[in-house]
Design a protein around this ligand. Structure first.
Ligand code: C2O
Ligand code: CU
Ligand code: CU
Length: 537
């Protein structure tokens, strides 16, 4: 079994690095909100690059891509102030996270080359695929080696993503810049786009939101700062929030409707997204696909690894209007556990180590309405009946009704030594142990309970869940969408139901998607069917 305690020496090292960063981070403080809405110097939003199918034929049902993970890709970080260069880890040497687009039914061939000097994998987050293609830590790709991932994408249109998942290094590798976007479309989503019931093309934008912390500038270069394991219990939080690689960028839009695919792919941070003028917007999709019925809201709270598709409506705005997308201040139910380093001096410490705690207001980006356009989009009011999301699984028909599977997330600390442990059902992750055994093709109810003082985003591989209830209250609103990751707040209990498909065979993970919690052991394996890879290890 792995040790998951965090040594005091490590914390001390981090403390020193953190203090060194103070002068540099204060010069890049985002402008005040008034400045943000009028500031003429915001960088322009980068549109993430879509990479091409290597077999050249976009109309067949096969697609091939190569993804090479490498270090030292010099990325220009643009901000409302000075920009700088940061060496990052990226796929294919691209300075930006890359996007793969595919149609439902496509047979994917993904050639992964590991040019890092550590083990890595590619995990396909939210995909319904066999365990041996899932990129878990039980299939490490060693430095210089390659692996071919092959699977058929057969699930509803959705905003998926991929990232490394090596043993105890996931947080670091994602933080250094390894993550990509996978957009799956299907007959229904294409039909809605054609009928102008969903924005598409230039009005369909991926927004990848990630917080980071940078060191002091040295000849125009700032290194990313990452603490190994945890500075405190919250996981790695940065003081600069990047959208598609830039801080507080602006995007020029016309007077129409835009589909924004919001990805919270931060290591640990939660956001409460809203527009600066409080306007409402329409949520049309969650992690695993489009909502049966769009939901109107004026803010949306997202934990790490969650995605939503929202429709922002600028059709009634005058040219010249500027609208901010912000993360509103919220009550932080996260608890700092710095092993005695926090306590009364929490605020000072947060400044000293360059963190911005969860819950502070952030200027995410700005939409500048610069031109008139005819708004032809009329958002769908209900997905066609054949959409899978219309089937709500009846808990009465679950295979484990009356004996629901329980997952308790807890954490504990030891103030003296700066130790923290993160466990599920009292157990820390063991890379050779199967924690839960499920029969194939089963429909199961899981009950996730958070007995810790902070929110944890729970994620299970292989499946898209339906949320039944939170603390016994039946799911409503965006909780009615497909979810592969969902926040379980402190002292909350979330009941979910999911159906494992014939393709789901073998050993998969479930874990907290605060990546530092995951790396510290808040994770386990479940086996679907009779056999799995862990038996061979
Ligand atoms: Cu994005 Cu194991 O997860
Ligand atoms: Cu996953
Ligand atoms: Cu957690």
């Amino acid at each position: 079994m792995k040790t998951t305690t965090l040594s005091y020496a490590l914390l001390t090292t981090f403390f020193l690095i953190g203090c060194g960063g103070v002068s540099s981070t204060s010069s890049t403080t985002p402008p005040k909100e008034d400045d943000f809405l009028t500031n003429p110097n915001l960088p322009s939003l980068h549109i993430l690059p879509v990479i091409a199918d290597e077999d050249g034929n976009v109309n067949d049902t096969r697609a091939t891509y190569t993804l090479t993970a490498g270090k030292n890709v010099n990325v220009t970080i643009e901000t409302p102030g000075k920009s700088w260069i940061t060496p990052m880890w990226r796929y294919n040497g691209n300075p930006l996270p890359i996007v793969i687009k595919a149609k439902r039914g496509t047979d994917m061939t993904l050639n992964f080359n590991n040019r890092l000097d550590a083990d890595s994998t590619i995990h396909w987050h939210g995909f319904k695929i066999p365990a041996e293609m899932d990129g878990g830590p039980d299939y490490p790709v060693t430095p210089g080696k390659s692996m071919v991932y092959r699977f058929t994408m057969d699930q509803p249109a959705s905003s998926l993503w991929f990232h490394p998942h090596p043993d105890m290094q996931t947080g670091k590798q994602v933080y250094m810049g390894l993550a990509g976007v996978f957009l799956l479309n299907d007959e229904i989503s294409r039909e809605l786009e054609q009928m102008n019931q969903l924005p598409s093309g230039k009005q369909d934008i991926v927004l990848l939101v990630q917080d980071r912390r940078f060191g002091m500038e040295n000849n125009g270069v700032k290194e990313l700062l990452y603490m190994d394991q945890n500075m405190d219990g919250d996981g790695m939080l940065g003081d600069i929030v990047l959208v598609n690689g830039s801080q507080s960028p602006k995007m020029e839009v016309g007077t129409g409707k835009y589909r924004l695919r919001l990805y919270n792919v931060s290591n640990a941070k939660n956001y409460d997204f809203a527009f600066s003028d409080g306007r409402s917007f329409t949520v049309v999709g969650t992690d695993g696909g489009l909502l049966a019925k769009p939901v109107k809201v004026n803010h949306i709270f997202m934990g790490a690894a969650e995605r939503v598709e929202i429709i922002a409506d600028f059709s009634k705005d005058k040219v010249g209007t500027k609208i901010g997308l912000v993360s509103k201040a919220f009550q932080d139910d996260n608890m700092d556990m710095g092993g005695g380093m926090n306590g009364n001096t929490d605020n000072n410490m947060s400044q000293m180590n360059g963190r911005s705690p969860n819950g502070t207001q952030v200027n995410i980006m700005r939409f500048d309405v610069v031109k008139e356009m005819t708004d032809t989009i009329n958002i769908y009011t209900a997905l066609p009946e054949r959409a899978e999301i219309h089937t709500r699984w009846d808990p009465q028909n679950a295979d484990n009704i009356g004996d629901e599977r329980e997952f308790d997330m807890t954490m504990s600390m030891n103030n003296m030594g700066g130790m923290a442990t993160f466990v599920i059902n009292g157990k820390s992750f063991d890379p050779t142990r199967v924690d839960e055994y499920l029969s194939e093709n089963s429909t199961e109810i899981w009950n996730i309970t958070n007995n810790s003082p902070m929110a944890h985003p729970f994620h299970a591989h292989a499946i898209q869940w339906q949320i039944i209830s939170r603390n016994g209250i039946p799911a409503t609103g965006t909780d009615l969408g497909w979810k592969d990751t969902f926040l379980v707040k402190a002292q909350e209990s979330v009941k979910i139901i999911g159906k494992f498909e014939p393709v789901n065979q073998g050993d998969y993970m479930y874990h907290c998607h605060i990546l530092e919690h995951e790396d510290a052991g808040m994770m386990g394996y479940f086996r679907v069917g009779n056999s799995g890879h862990l038996d061979d290890l």
